[in-house]
Design a protein around this ligand. Structure first.
Ligand code: SER
Length: 320
């Protein structure tokens, strides 16, 4: 049996991952670590919630010992957009938070640490189409710099201390439960909300911007599948490419118009255009497919149908 702590449980991925993990492993075995926001009713009702800040080692250690935590998932991060506005904060949260968790996991001889990475590890000199697993990692954002360093640090703990550290390079994650915050790929979520609320959206990257993306159910599956994979079968540790779909903003508009024909779009690219342009169009995830059987389920139209339905229901209830 594992006792899991998810650091960053109020975020876009953490908030849904906790609920999914509780279904898999039992509510009382998955602690939702939240730094300052109030936990959602769903998180409070389904298992323990604790105030956890990866930068506060004393408090983190107390929670780990209280619940006999032997698996930590670190979902706390400052993303690419916010990172460019405050590089020191991104470095502090993404690097010092991570090393605090790795050190605690090493000291307590934990079973596993999961540290997500991102397509932000790539940069303008990386091959842009079907980006290989092993390739040039020269990102131009502070977020990308911390993610490359995080991958290397995780791999170091595997080699040096025999700690089981794993991670995957998430593409842009699209979901309707908790809004993302401060990322470049946030437009791919906002477009659905605005399609329902206003029937129009002004996008901060241009029509032809193509990025790898993934729908939340696939993101949860990828995360739990990697956690469950046999360690001996892993040829990589903290840096698995995972793909699901890739599309331009124009493709999204076409997909939304199948449901909302009057949907209007305009473009006002800002500083995030350059970030998006420095990332791949698509990734080669054959290592993940081979080593731990990764297989995504959702394509653009299936996701669009689902997103519009869920957000439409929220809108009807007056929740957004
Ligand atoms: N979604 C992230 C961002 O846009 C990428 O990992 O910053």
């Amino acid at each position: 049996m594992k006792n899991i702590l998810v650091v960053g449980s109020a975020g876009q991925i953490g908030s849904e991952l906790v609920l999914d993990l509780r279904k898999h492993y039992g509510g009382d075995r998955v602690v939702a670590g939240i730094r300052k926001t109030k936990p959602s009713e769903k998180l409070l009702e389904t298992g323990p919630c604790e105030v956890v800040d990866a930068l506060d080692v004393k408090a983190l250690t107390e929670v780990v010992d209280k619940y006999k935590i032997d698996v930590i998932i670190n979902m706390a991060a400052i993303l690419s957009g916010t990172g460019e506005k405050n590089p020191m904060l991104a470095w502090d949260v993404n690097m010092n938070g991570l090393i605090n968790i790795l050190e605690l996991a090493r000291e307590r001889k934990m079973k596993q640490v999961l540290v997500p990475s991102s397509i932000a590890v790539f940069g303008p000199t990386t091959p842009i189409e079907n980006t290989p697993q092993e390739t040039i990692l020269k990102p131009t954002t502070i977020y990308g710099v911390t993610k490359v360093a995080g991958e290397l640090l995780g791999d170091y703990y595997v080699k040096k201390y025999g700690l089981d550290v794993r991670g995957l390079r998430y593409p842009g994650i699209i979901s309707h439960e908790t809004l993302p915050g401060g990322g470049t790929t946030d437009y791919a979520v906002a477009i659905y909300y605005e399609a329902i609320k206003q029937k129009k959206y002004t996008c901060f990257v241009n029509e032809g911007t193509r990025l790898p993306m993934m729908y939340m159910p696939d993101c949860l599956k990828a995360t739990i599948d990697l956690m469950e994979a046999d360690f001996d079968k892993l040829n990589y540790h903290c840096d698995y490419n995972v793909g699901a779909m890739d599309f331009t903003v124009g493709d999204m508009v076409e997909s939304i118009r199948k449901h909302i024909p009057e949907f209007e779009i305009s473009y006002e690219p800002d500083f995030r255009q350059a970030i998006a342009d420095s990332w791949p169009n698509s990734v080669d995830d054959s290592a993940a497919r081979k080593d731990w059987g990764w297989q995504p389920e959702y394509d653009l139209d299936a996701m669009t149908g689902d997103m519009l339905k869920a957000i439409g229901e929220k809108h009807k209830k007056g929740l957004i």
